[in-house]
Design a binder for this molecule. Structure first.
Ligand code: SF4
Length: 203
């Protein structure tokens, strides 16, 4: 077994949020959901699996995934090709729901335990997509702005200054329909860049 395979096996067996939680115990058995291979050219960093993805065990098997694929201009065959695309959320397991029915934030235990040692195996990345604020805060460092709108609006900074280029995106959830409607520059200016970069890397 390679070091990479051993790391993936350790992640799939992880029970930290049940056995040694920082604050409260995960309300179900852990089920880490990620897609990864060492040859991936594109990394998608999401938030954490929702209830549907927790059931399916496959990332973005929900309406947010449909919209994200549409933004990227690719179908499911390409999206789920782990040789091309890695999908590594900030928290690997569904964190459960808050008392309003929304998803809780990604588990804070996950990034310090797994993230750096996993990402260092992705040496062929040519594009990183940061989907939502949690991903942007962790990955962008000083390029992250106080609000998601400001960070996405300044997309060209991280796209031009980072290696590999980074594109910050809003989460494709229906909950962000108002944001998308209120910020038409996103579909006009950012999505064409996203589509053309993805097309270049997956063809
Ligand atoms: S969220 Fe991350 S740290 Fe928590 S149990 Fe799942 S894999 Fe382990």
């Amino acid at each position: 077994m390679t070091e990479f395979d051993k790391l993936l096996a350790d992640i799939r067996a992880c029970r930290i949020c049940l056995d040694e939680p920082e604050r409260f115990v995960l309300p179900h058995e852990p089920r880490p959901v990620l897609q990864i291979s060492k040859t991936a050219k594109i990394l998608i960093v999401g938030q954490a699996p929702g209830a549907r993805v927790h059931q399916s065990g496959k990332p973005f098997t929900d309406p947010s995934g449909d919209r994200l694929r549409d933004w990227m201009g690719i179908d499911e065959d390409i999206f789920y090709n782990d040789q091309l695309i890695a999908i590594v959320p900030m928290g690997f397991c569904f964190p459960g729901n808050d008392n309003k029915g929304g998803d809780l934030p990604p588990r804070p235990e996950c990034p310090p335990k797994w993230r750096l040692q996993l990402l260092r195996h992705l040496e062929q990345l040519e594009l990183i997509l940061l989907v939502g604020q949690y991903a942007q805060r962790w990955h962008l460092g000083g390029l992250c702005k106080p609000t998601l709108s400001e960070t996405v609006f300044a997309w060209s900074e991280s796209f031009e200054q980072s290696t590999p280029p980074i594109l910050p995106l809003p989460h494709p959830s229906w909950r962000n329909n108002n944001w998308i409607n209120n910020n038409p520059w996103f579909e006009r200016d950012v999505l064409p860049v996203l589509k053309s970069e993805v097309e270049r890397l997956v063809k």
